[in-house]
Design a protein around this ligand. Structure first.
Ligand SMILES: [Zn+2]
Length: 194
């Protein structure tokens, strides 16, 4: 059984354990070159650069930002947005980037609400080690919240079952790529779904 909380490469999950429904999540190789404190071994840069040492779950990317699934999701379709450039802090983003990031965040909210049939999300970032920022590459978390997401496993065993794999979730979200990229309206994209 794969236990995300065994790893320290990503932000800690809300719960002690996460029980994944399928067993295809052996996606992070045990490659110690990802020393989180070193710019040249940044795990997010690894995902962006498609490093073979880590399997990233990229939804899509614009010229300046990448949308990808968190390898250690708090909930299903836990999405992250990062600048493609290795920028550590929010305030280091240019004004132009901040506008692009805001627009992309708005689109991601719309997509996650539609995809997850929910109107609730937690959105934000942890900046600095004391605040829980474990990776020195800026990333916004978008965590969809679902009705009845707490079940007996979480209450009794503090373990969260995931009913959809990251691969399937990735396919779900990639259906919205043309909307993310500004090439189609949201309504045009969702009307193409079967
Ligand atoms: Zn980086």
């Amino acid at each position: 059984m794969y236990h995300p909380s065994d790893e320290s490469l990503w932000d800690k999950p809300l719960f002690n354990d996460a029980l994944l429904a399928d067993h295809k999540h052996d996606y992070v190789k045990k490659d110690k070159k990802y020393d989180m404190q070193r710019k040249d071994s940044c795990i997010i840069c690894g995902i962006i650069n498609k490093d073979e040492a880590i399997e990233g779950f990229e939804v899509c990317r614009t010229d300046r930002f990448i949308l990808y699934l968190n390898l250690y999701p708090y909930t299903n379709a836990h999405l992250l947005i990062s600048p493609i450039e290795h920028i550590i802090a929010y305030e280091d983003l240019s004004d132009e980037d901040l506008l692009s990031l805001s627009i992309l965040t708005k689109k991601a909210i719309k997509v996650l609400k539609h995809n997850g049939h929910t109107d609730s999300l937690n959105i934000g970032w942890n900046q600095g080690a004391i605040a829980g920022g474990s990776i020195k590459h800026f990333h916004i978390h978008l965590v969809p919240r679902y009705f009845n997401e707490m079940n007996f496993m979480e209450i009794i065993a503090r373990t969260r079952p995931f009913i959809r794999s990251l691969e399937d979730t990735l396919s779900d979200l990639q259906r919205y790529t043309l909307y993310f990229l500004g090439k189609k309206s949201f309504d045009d994209v969702i009307s193409s779904f079967s």
